[in-house]
Design a protein around this ligand. Structure first.
Ligand SMILES: [Fe+2]
Length: 273
């Protein structure tokens, strides 16, 4: 009989506000959805840029199985040596050869026979010029398929078009593509015709009384003055964004994909409630 594998993805964790919120609410979310495998993007978890070993430990204590990254994965140089030792801590695969760390991995699922692969890629549009994520994906998928066809991709990119183009490129060959980096959850969670679950951006686990996690006034100055400002993280209106996927363990196709946001956004003024 066909069975399902439930994967829960925790969207980009921003700083201590995001981490603390996660530690408060994730145990009950985990209990509610009972995922078989948990993935979290933590490239912004250390004061908004990068991450460190103690954050990795805190996420493992929450039963996160694999941590993904992005353009801030390499911001804290102290993590470089640790990255080489932990294949559950990923950074985008398509950084040039010679960088520390792993870009994908194949992992056992607790109490089950299946294995799941997690592949972390980064787009190039409006981002630094790194290697081609499409050909990097071709290479990685050829390796991964020797071990499993249950494949999750975190595609970390600025441009909606690049994330969607990638999803169409791999439709039917991976179980799910979840976009990260822009920190605003999109309302397009869907299953593509080939059976790949897709969402353009999972959102953010962190302070939404902000500009994508950054203090509002600092961010406004960046735009009004056109000069860099000292990065200051916001701390109010913390929410957890995530994506829950159910994958058919025989066909490895996505059966359902949906955003999970706590607390949910309201589009009504609190004065009217
Ligand atoms: Fe990013």
């Amino acid at each position: 009989m066909a069975d399902t594998v439930k994967i829960f993805f925790i969207a980009d964790i921003v700083g201590e506000p995001g981490l603390s919120l996660l530690e408060t609410i994730f145990p009950s979310i985990r209990e509610k959805y009972k995922p078989d495998f948990i993935i979290a993007n933590a490239e912004n978890s250390h004061e908004g840029r990068g991450l460190n070993q103690s954050i990795v430990k805190r996420l493992y204590e929450l039963e996160v199985d694999v941590i993904t990254g992005g353009n801030h994965s390499f911001d804290k140089w102290k993590i470089f040596s640790y990255m080489k030792t932990d294949d559950r801590l990923l950074r985008p695969l398509n950084y040039p050869k010679g960088n520390s760390g792993y870009g994908y991995g194949v992992y056992p699922i607790k109490n089950r026979d299946e294995k799941v692969a997690v592949l972390n890629l980064q787009g190039r549009t409006f981002m630094q010029a790194i290697d081609d994520p499409f050909s990097a994906s071709d290479w990685a998928l050829s390796k991964i398929r020797e071990e499993t066809n249950l494949i999750f991709v975190d595609f970390h990119a600025e441009a909606t078009a690049e994330k969607l183009a990638y999803a169409w490129y791999v439709d039917g060959t991976v179980s799910a593509v979840v976009g990260t980096h822009t920190h605003i959850p999109t309302a397009d969670a869907r299953i593509l015709p080939g059976g790949t679950g897709y969402i353009t951006d999972a959102g953010m686990t962190g302070p939404f009384d902000s500009v994508i996690g950054m203090d509002k006034q600092t961010s406004i100055k960046r735009f009004t003055l056109g000069t860099p400002q000292r990065y200051k993280i916001a701390d109010k209106d913390n929410r957890m964004c995530g994506v829950l996927m159910e994958i058919d363990s025989e066909s490895n196709k996505c059966l359902s994909i949906k955003s999970v946001i706590y607390p949910e956004f309201s589009n009504t003024s609190s004065k009217n409630e």
